[in-house]
Design a protein around this ligand. Structure first.
Ligand SMILES: Cc1cc2nc3c(=O)[nH]c(=O)nc-3n(C[C@H](O)[C@H](O)[C@H](O)COP(=O)(O)OP(=O)(O)OC[C@H]3O[C@@H](n4cnc5c(N)ncnc54)[C@H](O)[C@@H]3O)c2cc1C
Ligand code: FES
Ligand code: FES
Length: 471
């Protein structure tokens, strides 16, 4: 049986783990406030909150329920818009939306209310610019009719109200300020008392479903599922000596919020804000990104440039290790045998002489997949390149580690001539095709411009921008 708390009610259901959480909410629980829009994770109409208990503390994040397997709700608190209603008045978020005329037909409004409630409940919420803003929180909510200015005004008003949030007693404060109803104060204790059954041990392997469910939600509704999103051995970010190890079921948001990683990569937040939306970042895992094997997988391109190693375990628990750049073999073909799972990824923590950059161009800046994306790690010794790892997506059948270009750069002085020569090698290594994300000529141009962008960003004093254009 799958057990979870839906708003203030305990659910004990024999429904199949593979059905979507959205269908359970609307059809089984008959809660129609959660809307169906695109059914592909793109519009945010189906947004709900997931509360997870970790050591007596509950943390909430938003997800799109249309591409989430019901089984992943086991042991969680699921909050729909109905679960945010106060008994006899609008809650603070709903009131701000009404006061700022931030709703017209209202179809998107429940999703926006839930996303903003997720922002208010988020334990990392603070006024510091290093954390997400209320506008980031609604980055995955599309509105067709109101116009975003009034929605932004409402979200700014909510941000102001949250500036006095009591971080010692956040739930109590949010109840007092009428953001959430009072039943929230007992949820931690109620979750701790749920006696959970083991579910989702065999069947189709799914982490958080943002790739699998976009295409296959109907088929998976009746399948047995092997649920790995919450498996402890696949979770977590740890640091051992000079290595960082990240569990395969770690999400993009968990990477983005990790304080140590943010120190190692000061621009981490701006890099990862280019990946999907808040809801999808809260779901999308590293393992899912690698095994989906899209030639433009952002996290794959990011970690290729860190010269990462994968730990892969088989059914008996035996581990083998391979470089990430040997994992993808051809379009959607990769080195994973039946029964194997990616357990984790590791990379050497860049030292002070190592610089990293990530670039992505897509048809729109946010909530879009890349036309071309690329990452670059360069270790410098006495103005010479001691080590180079560049990767690029969208220009080959696989996310490409630029082997030849990296070899060429090794030992070279950093100047415009080197970069110009290296770019010619890069062009000989890639084989873009024309598709909806651009013609092959456009992708070659993007590959060149983004390659130059890495060096202009990382070595502004060594690279003469004008020379790159003229040469
Ligand atoms: C609206 C939307 C926007 C998106 N935007 C982006 C974007 O900007 N950039 C981007 O790169 N991607 C994007 N994606 C794609 C997707 O979010 C990512 O690829 C994500 O990382 C997939 O993770 P998941 O856990 O959801 O994968 P799932 O769908 O759960 O799994 C995908 C595949 O990986 C397998 N798998 C998962 N984990 C493991 C493991 N540990 N070992 C072995 N196999 C495993 C599953 O069996 C499945 O075959 C977007 C998706 C959506 C719906
Ligand atoms: S229905 Fe559009 S994101 Fe789920
Ligand atoms: S108010 Fe109509 S879609 Fe947003």
């Amino acid at each position: 049986m799958i057990k979870f708390i839906l708003n203030d009610k305990i659910i004990n259901t024999s429904a199949n783990s593979g059905m979507t959480l959205l269908d359970f909410i609307r059809e089984n629980a008959q809660l129609k406030g959660t809307k169906i829009g695109c059914r592909e994770g793109d519009c945010g109409a189906c947004t709900v909150l997931v509360g997870t208990l970790v050591k007596d503390e509950i943390s909430y994040h938003s997800i799109t329920s249309c591409i989430s397997p019901l089984g992943n709700a086991n042991g969680k608190h699921i909050v729909t818009v109905e679960g945010l209603n106060l008994p006899d008045k609008l809650n603070t978020i709903q009131q701000s939306i009404s006061d700022n005329y931030a709703t017209q037909c209202g179809f998107c409004t429940p999703g926006i209310v839930v996303s903003l409630a997720g922002h208010a409940l988020h334990k990392h919420y603070s006024h510091s610019h290093s954390h997400n803003s209320s506008k980031d929180a609604i980055s995955g909510n599309i509105c067709r009719c109101t116009g975003y200015k009034s929605i932004e005004k409402a979200s700014d008003e909510i941000e102001d109200k949250l500036s006095t949030k009591d971080h010692q007693k956040p739930i109590e404060w949010l109840i007092k300020e009428e953001f959430i109803p009072s039943y929230f104060k007992d949820i931690s204790a109620r979750l701790a008392n749920l006696q959970l059954d083991e579910i989702g041990k065999t069947g189709v392997t799914v982490a958080n479903g943002t790739d699998l469910y976009v295409q296959q939600a109907d088929r998976l509704a009746n399948e047995n599922m092997h649920l790995i999103a919450n498996e402890a051995s696949l979770k977590g970010i740890s640091f051992e000596n000079d290595k960082c190890i990240i569990g395969a079921s770690t999400t993009v948001s968990e990477i983005m919020q990790n304080e140590r990683l943010r120190t190692i990569f000061p621009k981490l937040k701006s890099f990862l804000k280019l990946v999907s939306s808040e809801q999808i970042r809260n779901m999308g895992t590293l393992g899912g990104n690698f095994v989906n094997a899209s030639p433009i997988g952002d996290m794959t391109v990011f970690f290729l440039a860190l010269n990462s190693t994968l730990s892969i375990r088989n059914e008996t628990g035996t581990l083998r290790q391979i470089p990430l750049h040997n994992f993808h073999q051809d379009y959607k073909k990769y080195d994973l045998q039946k029964g194997e799972l990616i357990q984790s990824l590791s990379f050497n923590i860049p030292d002070s002489s190592t610089l990293f950059n990530f670039e992505k161009v897509s048809k729109r800046t946010h909530l879009d997949i890349a036309s071309v994306n690329t990452a670059c790690e360069i270790r410098v010794e006495n103005n010479f390149i001691a080590e180079a790892h560049l990767s690029i997506g969208g220009v080959a059948a696989i996310p490409k580690y630029l082997d030849q270009t990296n070899k060429f750069l090794h030992g070279k002085a950093i100047n415009s001539e080197t970069i110009t020569e290296a770019e010619k090698i890069l062009q000989s290594e890639i084989s873009p095709i024309s598709d909806v994300r651009g013609t092959k000529e456009y992708k070659r141009l993007l590959a060149r411009q983004l390659f130059f962008a890495h060096f202009i960003e990382l070595f502004p004093n060594e690279i003469e921008f004008e020379k790159l254009i003229i040469l």
